[in-house]
Design a protein around this ligand. Structure first.
Ligand code: FES
Length: 111
């Protein structure tokens, strides 16, 4: 069962954390199931960029991404080459290290 390592985030998760994942889960699901308050303004419908995360390890083990995810990611704060929308990235069979960016762009005005 792959583990998801969330790196420390000043506000959401100051000490970082590691959790087991279940088959077919997204990174966001693992976080929310364990009370990591990752933003998800569009309720995981691939329509916002608030769930943006950067994959520091295990990027290629995640599910592929769609053109729509690519378009939405372009709006994310702090975009990097190994960025994903955590609601779209399904965990494979290796451990993943995830950084939650310090900021997110939320056009809905919710947080
Ligand atoms: Fe909106 Fe992931 S929650 S794209």
């Amino acid at each position: 069962m792959p583990k998801i390592f969330f790196l420390p985030h000043k506000i959401i998760l100051p000490k970082g954390a590691v959790f087991d994942s279940k088959t077919g889960e997204t990174i966001l699901h693992v976080g929310l199931r364990n009370n990591v308050k990752i933003e998800h303004a569009c309720e995981q419908s691939c329509a916002c960029s608030t769930c943006h995360c950067i994959i520091r390890k295990g990027f290629h083990s995640l599910s592929g991404w769609s053109e729509k995810e690519d378009d939405i990611l372009d709006k994310a704060w702090g975009l990097e080459s190994k960025s994903r929308l955590s609601c779209q990235a399904i965990i494979g069979n290796v451990d993943v290290v995830v950084e939650i960016p310090l900021y997110s762009v939320n056009y809905t005005g919710e947080s």
